[in-house]
Design a protein around this ligand. Structure first.
Ligand SMILES: C[S@@+](CC[C@H](N)C(=O)[O-])C[C@H]1O[C@@H](n2cnc3c(N)ncnc32)[C@H](O)[C@@H]1O
Length: 260
């Protein structure tokens, strides 16, 4: 992949970590990342992290939650390099395997993992049904799929406001509805399927983020990341707040269990 093809290049990684915390390319930090696994015991488990980003979650899963191993996959080399540096810095190279993969089927044998985790990455994967089947395949019986993702509240065409937001993001988002996710998980064979709407949480957090971006932090962020880049991010956040306010943009936690 050439630099110009990268959606998450080093500039983007540095900016998102500035807003969301070291090693996090999605909102909520360690607390929200752990909440995705609420009630699921990670200790001693083999975890796959789909779209591992710059690695803070993989480190958290092993160091703080006791996972036996984490395989973190991502499709972007600068993201994988940042994740590998974080893993090395934490001294967890033997427990955490960061792999650059091609988009497409998961390159793992059946029953390879006890937990398949993902935080705000599946919105880059258009075929939710194929992904659900593939996650089911690589999970051991009794294993859990637990993810956070950014969803759209309905099937069909996005509203003009949502279309404007997606254009502003320019990150190839392929958002699906809660109904489509539920159906994809159930059709793949998952039981105990659950969806939790996190819009009420992120609606408020994103408003605070925009206030910081366009207010007291703007000068520092512009110095660090470039004034034009920050202006663009303020436009994106402004468009996002609009669709968070209407509920059309509805981040969810998703889960399902492969029958034992
Ligand atoms: C919003 S970031 C989230 C990263 C990380 N999970 C976190 O919460 O910090 C989305 C990540 O998904 C990755 N990604 C995009 N398409 C992917 C695919 N087909 N398979 C795996 N990862 C993908 C991106 O490169 C990016 O690192």
């Amino acid at each position: 992949m050439s630099d110009s093809d990268l959606l998450y290049d080093n500039q983007h990684i540095a900016f998102l970590e500035d807003i969301w915390g070291e090693g996090f390319l999605s909102p909520g930090g360690a607390e929200e990342a752990a909440r995705v696994l609420d009630g699921i015991d990670v200790s001693g488990r083999r975890v796959l992290d789909i779209g591992c980003g710059s690695g803070a979650i993989a480190v958290m899963l092993v160091r703080d939650m006791g996972a036996a191993s984490v395989t973190g996959i991502d499709v972007e080399d600068q993201v994988c390099a940042a994740a590998q540096a974080r893993v090395d810095g934490a001294g967890l190279e033997t427990a955490i395997d960061i792999r650059l993969v091609e988009p497409g089927p998961l390159p793992f044998a059946p029953d390879s993992f006890d937990i398949v985790y993902s935080k705000d990455s599946i919105l880059h994967i258009p075929d939710k049904e194929a992904l659900a089947r593939d996650v089911f395949r690589v999970l051991a019986p009794g294993g859990w799929f637990a993810a956070s993702d950014w969803l759209i509240s309905h099937d069909g065409a996005p509203s003009p406001e949502m279309a404007a937001y997606l254009k502003a993001e320019d990150l190839d988002f392929a958002m699906a509805s809660p109904a489509r996710y539920r159906q994809a998980l159930e059709a793949a064979g998952f039981g105990n399927v659950g969806l939790l709407n996190r819009n009420p949480w992120y609606r408020d957090v994103a408003a605070d983020e925009l206030a910081l971006l366009s207010g007291p932090e703007r000068e520092r962020l512009s110095d660090a990341h470039g004034a034009d880049f920050i202006s663009g991010q303020i436009e994106t956040w402004t468009a996002m707040i609009e669709v968070l306010r209407t509920g059309e943009h509805c981040p969810h936690h998703l889960r399902g269990q492969k029958p034992a």
